[in-house]
Every structure is written in structure tokens, then in C-alpha cells.
Design a protein around this ligand. Structure first.
Ligand code: AMP
Ligand code: TRP
Length: 319
């Protein structure tokens, strides 16, 4: 009988600020489910974050914060590899190799770049190249699935295209990964109805205090349509089964304040144990740092083995 080889899942979160319920329901919740059946790699994308966090103090704190977030939602270092990107220099090395086979025109089609351009931002080369580093993150580990929110779908497609192109030029080297997106979640809206995002000040933090939950929910914009506050409903749907939700919203049609109060209670019920668990873990930072260090070593061993093949296939390996 042939041995069943475990499939591999990899994902990452940028250490750019507090995670919100959109991050959790859109992506992070899947990490916890996957770690039981897949070989899991869960990364802190600190080199990606360097495009926007350019303070050593902040970046350091944010990195430990994401590690705590991962542990608090239930990632288990005895099952999955939890590590930070900057501990495995193969990521930036492979990203450079991908830069050389990728055209500027191709990367200009990326949504993240187009959004930045539309906002007339000064765009760093790192922001432009972002998808190449993400492709390297994934392709180094022969990944089968990439659990992410809907907004990252294009990045995974770019990763597949890059793997195919490399394989075409240099011979079969990389496995093509699939994005794994929670169909029933999609993109979680923020309190203003736009996509919930750390950079828009429209979030409900995943580890929010009661006060933060109350303020955030009360600030949800309620554009009325037949007594149905769409933004409140879209967020509430993450916390209640559809039947219960629809019954509640028909019973309390038009009563926005009541609906918001129920939502506050439902979020508190969900967030309180997570917040308490995280506070407990935060008491032992040394333990968290050790988990990252060990995870980095494990990831590095695997990535280095892959880089040996890559270097050989591109022709820089002489001894
Ligand atoms: P980031 O914080 O940008 O590194 O995102 C971490 C993960 O959360 C990624 O897989 C994103 O796709 C996902 N994500 C971010 N914002 C949302 C949202 N509003 N709805 C659903 N998923 C999201
Ligand atoms: N780009 C992802 C985001 O902003 C974070 C990320 C970096 C990632 N590298 C990754 C996600 C590799 C999945 C796989 O959310």
C-alpha cells in the first residue's frame, strides 16, 4: 500500500496592526481547521509589512502580536509550523528570481497596485513587487492550498502563473497551488460598508474590549432598505446561523438600535473567551518567541532544500 502523503497548506498575515473579524472569518478560522489534516505553514509576513510599517519598535511589537493572535485562535505549534518570513531568507532570494521572469506589464494588472495607483499614492518598488514575494512564500513549500480571504485570490493566481512560467522556462520545479476561500463569507464589510480593512479605520477588532465592540457596532452605517440594515446584517451573519438571523431581522425590521444591541451581545459572547486566552498567552512572551524561532528553523530547512533544486535548475549551482 502506498503511504498517503499529507497535503500542505500555507498562509500568511501581515503584522500591520490588530486583526479584525474580517481577517478571522475570511481567512484565519480556516487555518485552525486545516492544521489537523494538512501539513500547515502559518507565516507572519513581516517583509511584506515593511512596505507600510517603517518603525523598528512598531514592527517588533506587531510581529509578536500576530504570533499571539495565531496562538489565541488555536494554532498549535505541535501541529503546524508558525514562523516569520524574515527568518527564511530563501523567500526574498526566490522573489528576486521571479522578478527576472516577470514583466512590468503583468504586475501592473495586480489589484493592489492598481488600488494604490488610483489613490495617487507614492508606490514603493516593494509594493509593486509584492505578488512576487508572495509567490515565493507559497512556492517554496510545495503547497497544495492557500487559505485566504477573497481579496487575495488574484495573488494566488499570479503565484500559479509564475510557477507555470518558471516550469516552462527551467523545467518542472514548482507545484501549482489552489486558493481556498470561504464561499459563504466572501469579503466582510467594515462599519462604513467598504471592505473591512486595517487601513480604513472601519474594523471590529477580533480581540476587542467590550467598549470597543459597543463603539464599533454603534458606528455601523445603516443605509435603510425596507427596514433592513444591510451592513449590520452582513456582519451579524458571521455570528448566527442563517435561520436564526433571518428570523431576528424580520421580527425587528426597522429597529436598528435593537438589532445593533443584539449584535453587540453576540460579538461579545464570541470575542470574550478569545480575548481572555490571548491575555493569558501574552504573559509569557519568551514562550511565544521560542515558538517563532523553532518554526523558523523548521521552515528554513524545507525552503533551503527547495532552493537547492531552484539554483540547480536556473544554472547558478556550480559546486
Ligand atoms: P492581512 O491582514 O491583509 O494580511 O490579511 C490577512 C487575511 O485576512 C488575508 O487572507 C485576507 O484575504 C483576509 N482578509 C482581510 N480583510 C478581509 C475582509 N474584509 N473580509 C474577508 N477576509 C479578509
Ligand atoms: N498578502 C497577504 C495579505 O495581505 C499576506 C500574505 C503574504 C500571504 N504572503 C502570503 C497570504 C502567502 C497567503 C500566502 O493578506
Amino acid at each position: 500500500m502506498t503511504k498517503q502523503v499529507k497535503k500542505t497548506a500555507l498562509s500568511g498575515v501581515q503584522p500591520t496592526g490588530k486583526p479584525h473579524i474580517g481577517n478571522y472569518f475570511g481567512a484565519m478560522r480556516q487555518f485552525v481547521e486545516l492544521q489537523n489534516t494538512y501539513g500547515g505553514f502559518f507565516m507572519i509576513a513581516d517583509y511584506h509589512a515593511l512596505n507600510s510599517v517603517q518603525s523598528a519598535k512598531d514592527l517588533k511589537e506587531n510581529i509578536v502580536d500576530v504570533a499571539l493572535d495565531y496562538l489565541a485562535i488555536g494554532l498549535d505549534p505541535s501541529k503546524a509550523t508558525i514562523f516569520k518570513q524574515s527568518d527564511v531568507s530563501a523567500h526574498t532570494e526566490l522573489s528576486w528570481i521571479f522578478d527576472t521572469i516577470t514583466t512590468v506589464a503583468f504586475l501592473m494588472r495586480a489589484h493592489a497596485f492598481k488600488d494604490a495607483e488610483a489613490k495617487n499614492k507614492e508606490i514603493s518598488v516593494g509594493t509593486f513587487n509584492y505578488p512576487m514575494l508572495m509567490a515565493a512564500d507559497i512556492l517554496l513549500y510545495d503547497v497544495d492550498v492557500v487559505p485566504v480571504g477573497a481579496d487575495q485570490k488574484q495573488h494566488v493566481e499570479i503565484t500559479r502563473d509564475t510557477a507555470e512560467k518558471f516550469n516552462r522556462i527551467f523545467g518542472e520545479t514548482f507545484k501549482l497551488p489552489e486558493a481556498l476561500i470561504m464561499k459563504d463569507v466572501g469579503t466582510v464589510p467594515g462599519t462604513d460598508g467598504q471592505k473591512m480593512s486595517k487601513s480604513y479605520r472601519n474594523t471590529i477588532p477580533l480581540f476587542a474590549t467590550d467598549d470597543e465592540i459597543e463603539k464599533a457596532v454603534m458606528s455601523i452605517v445603516t443605509d435603510s432598505e425596507g427596514g433592513m440594515p444591510k451592513n449590520v446584517y452582513e456582519i451579524h451573519k458571521l455570528f448566527l446561523p442563517k435561520e436564526k438571523l433571518d428570523q431576528l431581522y424580520s421580527e425587528k425590521a426597522g429597529k436598528y438600535k435593537d438589532l445593533k444591541e443584539v449584535l453587540i451581545a453576540d460579538i461579545k459572547k464570541f470575542v470574550t473567551p478569545l480575548r481572555e486566552k490571548r491575555a493569558g498567552l501574552a504573559k509569557d512572551k519568551a514562550a511565544v518567541i521560542k515558538i517563532l524561532k523553532d518554526g523558523g528553523e523548521k521552515a528554513r530547512a524545507q525552503a533551503e532544500a527547495k532552493m537547492k533544486v531552484v539554483r540547480k535548475n536556473i544554472g547558478v549551482s556550480l559546486y
